[in-house]
Design a protein around this ligand. Structure first.
Ligand SMILES: [Zn+2]
Length: 412
C-alpha cells in the first residue's frame, strides 16, 4: 500500500505539480471556493475542476458549507480532510526525544516524549526514536485492520528534526556541537530501517519554520525569519512562502557565527552567538554570578531562571535581557540582509521568560533596523509552542508530499 505513494527519492508522491499546488492552496486557506482557488493558483476553471474532482475521489478534499453570499450563486467551500493522511514528527534534542502524530490540518493528534540519557550512543538513540514512531503509529486513526493487525497505512512517513548541522544529501547528522561525541551518523537511514517507514530529516530550526508555515495559514504566509530557541539557536528562513534551505540544508545555522571575541563556546571557538544566548550559556552565566543551578539538567535550570525572571527577580531578568540583546543584534543583521518584515520567536527556551526576551529583541530590532529602512519589523510569538521541533518535523513529511517546489523535483 505504501509503495503507491513513494518513488525512489524516499519522498511521498501524492500527485502531480498542479495537484500539489491546489492541495496546498486549500490547506493554507482553511476553506476556499473553486473560483478563489483558480484565481490564487492561476489555473483554468476546467483544470481546477478536474484536479478537485481527483482530490475528492482520493478522500483528501471535501466540500464543506458555502462562502458568504456576495449577491450571485453561493460558492461551495473546499477543505482538506484532516485524517486522510497523518505523519509522525520526531525532535531529537540533546536531552529528550519528542514525538507527535500530526493530521493534514496541522493538528497534533498524539504526543510522546522520552528522556535521552547523557552520552547516549547513536544506536541507543536510534532505538528510542524507532520506539517512539511505533507508539505513535499505533495511535493513528487507521491503526487497526479488521483482523486486529496494527498497520500504519495512513501514516505517510516520519519527519526527523535534529540539531544542526545536517548533511542534506547524505541524510547524516554531522558532528552536532550539542551532541558531543557523535561523529557523522546516517541517522535518517538508520531510523528508516528500524521504524519501517520513510524518513525525511532537517535541522530543527528549519523544521520548526515549516511547521509554523503549515499551521499558521494566512498568518504565516509570505516571508519571515523563524528563530528557534532551544538547546541551541537556529533560524528558519521562509521567503515567499518557501523555506530556504541553502545548498547543504544548513541555511540559518547562525548559532556559531562570531558575534564578539569574548566567551568560550561549546564548539571550542570564542564569541559564538550561542555562547551568549543558548540555554547552556544563560545557566553558566547564572552560576558564575553565584546563582544556584542545583545540578539539574540544563533545560530545567534554565526554566527555573526564566520563572524567577517572570516573577520579578531583577538579576534573573537582567540576565535574560542580556542574552536577548545579543540575539537581537544578530537578528538585526539577518533582517537587514534578507529585508523581511517579520521575526517569529519560538522554541522551548521561551516557555517562561518569553515576554522578557521578545520585548528586548523587539527593542533591539527597532533601534538597529528602523534607521536603515522605511518599514518597521514586527516580532511575533510562534503559533506552535514548545513542541515546535516535533510538529515541524511532522510537517516536513506533509510539506515534502505537497509543496509545489518538491512536487516539481519529484517530476510529478
Ligand atoms: Zn560555537
Amino acid at each position: 500500500m505504501r509503495q503507491e505513494f513513494w518513488q525512489g527519492t524516499n519522498l511521498p508522491r501524492v500527485g502531480g505539480f498542479n495537484r500539489a499546488v491546489v492541495l496546498d492552496a486549500i490547506r493554507a486557506n482553511g476553506g476556499v471556493s473553486r473560483v478563489e482557488l483558480a484565481r490564487r493558483t492561476g489555473l483554468t476553471a476546467q483544470t481546477m475542476s478536474n484536479i478537485v474532482r481527483a482530490l475528492m475521489a482520493d478522500g483528501l478534499v471535501t466540500e464543506d458549507g458555502h462562502a458568504p453570499s456576495t449577491g450571485g450563486k453561493r460558492r461551495v467551500m473546499l477543505r482538506v480532510v484532516p485524517d486522510a493522511y497523518q505523519s509522525v514528527g520526531l525532535h531529537l534534542d540533546p536531552e529528550r526525544i519528542t514525538g507527535v502524530l500530526l493530521d493534514l490540518d496541522g493538528r497534533v493528534r498524539a504526543r510522546s516524549t522520552r528522556r535521552v540519557a547523557a552520552g547516549a550512543s547513536p544506536d541507543a538513540v536510534v532505538g528510542a526514536l524507532a520506539r517512539t514512531v511505533g507508539h505513535l503509529v499505533r495511535r493513528s486513526t487507521a491503526a487497526s485492520t479488521e483482523d486486529g493487525e496494527v498497520e500504519g497505512g495512513r501514516v505517510l512517513g516520519v519527519g526527523l528534526a535534529v540539531p544542526g548541522p545536517v548533511d542534506d544529501a547524505h541524510r547524516r547528522v554531522f558532528s552536532p556541537p550539542n551532541l558531543p561525541g557523535w561523529p557523522e551518523v546516517p541517522l535518517a537511514d538508520l531510523v528508516e530501517e528500524r521504524a519501517g517507514l520513510p524518513v525525511v530529516m532537517d535541522n530543527d530550526a528549519t523544521a520548526a519554520a515549516i511547521g509554523e508555515r503549515w499551521s499558521g495559514g494566512a498568518e504565516r504566509s509570505g516571508s519571515f525569519v523563524y528563530v528557534y530557541l532551544g538547546s541551541g539557536v537556529g533560524l528558519g528562513v521562509v521567503l515567499g512562502d518557501q523555506v530556504y534551505r541553502g545548498l547543504s540544508g544548513n541555511a540559518g545555522e547562525v548559532g556559531h557565527l562570531p558575534t564578539g571575541t569574548g566567551k568560550e563556546c561549546a564548539c571550542g571557538k570564542r564569541g559564538c552567538l550561542e555562547a551568549y544566548c543558548s540555554m547552556r550559556a544563560v545557566v553558566a552565566e547564572w552560576t558564575a554570578a553565584g546563582g544556584a543551578a542545583g545540578g539539574a539538567a540544563i533545560s530545567d535550570a534554565y526554566q527555573r531562571i526564566c520563572r524567577d525572571a517572570a516573577r520579578g527577580d531583577v538579576a534573573a531578568a537582567r540576565l535574560l535581557r542580556q542574552a536577548a540583546s545579543r540575539l537581537g543584534q544578530a537578528l538585526a543583521t539577518v533582517v537587514s540582509v534578507l529585508d523581511v518584515d517579520r521575526v517569529v520567536l519560538g522554541g522551548p527556551a521561551l516557555r517562561h521568560g518569553g515576554e522578557i526576551i521578545r520585548e528586548r529583541v523587539r527593542r533591539q530590532l527597532l533601534g538597529q533596523v528602523r534607521a536603515a529602512r522605511a518599514r518597521p519589523v514586527e516580532v511575533h510569538s510562534a503559533l506552535i509552542g514548545e513542541d515546535a521541533g516535533a510538529v515541524g518535523a511532522a510537517s516536513l513529511v506533509l510539506d515534502h508530499a505537497y509543496s509545489p517546489r518538491l512536487a516539481t523535483l519529484l517530476g510529478g
